[in-house]
Design a protein around this ligand. Structure first.
Ligand code: OAD
Length: 248
């Protein structure tokens, strides 16, 4: 058995007997659907685009049309993309364990399209807009308008996403934190773990001895239970993990 096989088998054992599985996902889980991550040196969004300009309240105040164009392009790409085997494996996992909380930093909506119920979106969604004045949230708007306007009050809408320097939606963060505190298994998938407060969730889970899996592409150092690390593609590893835990 390879080291990978051993880690897979040991973590699959924990999944099989889990009471509450909490899962945190990041851009890496959608990479195999063709959606770029943020920090990859070659293809990452933040190596081509300036977050100050495109993902901050000041950037939006300076040039709202530019910001809207960028999010509109990302929304069109997300709509054209398909969920990949990793998204489907998590939707399947939710049916196999007593309780699963899915927390995502992604705004692409691919978990929902793969059939995951009740996704906690920490950073908002490309598929919603919010009024800059009355705070109302909209799931459709005039996509042809350069600067979409609120149907209630006529003020400018903005993408309903979290920008740098902004607070996360309070209830979403509370639910994520509660899940990290309550779970007995935690999985961090496809996230570089550098953006707080999401980055703290695995530590919260570890602090009460939950089994924690960190899965991303980077080479990882060996870890000892309750911490497990796997370096690989989420679209390959997750379906195998779910099969290994429940179909053997
Ligand atoms: P990053 O781009 O920082 O990290 C992506 C992670 O996914 C890296 O650790 C990669 O190794 C891993 N990865 C890439 N392809 C993968 C694959 N096929 N399978 C498994 N892992 C893979 O993205 P996030 O951690 O999601 O915030 O970034 C966090 C936040 O920073 C984003 O939500 C965004 C950004 O600024 C806001 O916009 C508020």
């Amino acid at each position: 058995m390879s080291d990978l096989d051993l880690v897979m088998a040991a973590f699959a054992d924990r999944l099989r007997t889990a009471r509450h599985v909490a899962v945190l996902t990041g851009a890496g889980i959608s990479a195999e659907s063709g959606i770029p991550t943020f920090r990859d040196a070659q293809t990452g969004l933040w190596s081509h685009f300036n977050p100050e300009e495109l993902a901050s309240p000041d950037g939006f105040a300076r040039n709202p049309a530019l910001v809207w164009r960028w999010y509109a392009e990302r929304r069109v790409k997300a709509c054209a993309a398909q969920p990949n085997p990793a998204h489907y494996a998590l939707a399947e996992l939710a049916k196999r364990v007593p309780h699963l909380t899915l927390i995502t930093q992604n705004i692409d909506g691919l978990h929902q399209r793969a059939g995951s119920p009740c996704v906690i979106e920490l950073h908002g969604s490309l598929h919603r807009a919010r009024c800059t004045v009355d705070g109302s949230v909209h799931t459709t708007w005039d996509y042809d308008e350069e600067l979409p306007h609120c149907p209630n009050c006529g003020a400018m809408l903005r993408p309903d996403v979290v920008w740098f320097g902004e607070l996360l939606p309070r209830r979403a963060l509370e639910m994520a934190w509660e899940a990290a505190l309550d779970c007995d298994v935690f999985m961090s998938i496809g996230t570089s773990g550098v953006v707080e407060p999401a980055a703290s969730l695995p530590r919260v889970a570890l602090s009460h001895d939950a089994a924690v899996l960190i899965l991303n592409l980077e080479q990882t150092t060996a870890a000892r239970p309750p911490l497990f690390t796997i370096s690989g593609k989420a679209g390959e590893v997750l379906p195998r993990l779910v099969r290994e835990a429940f179909d053997r």
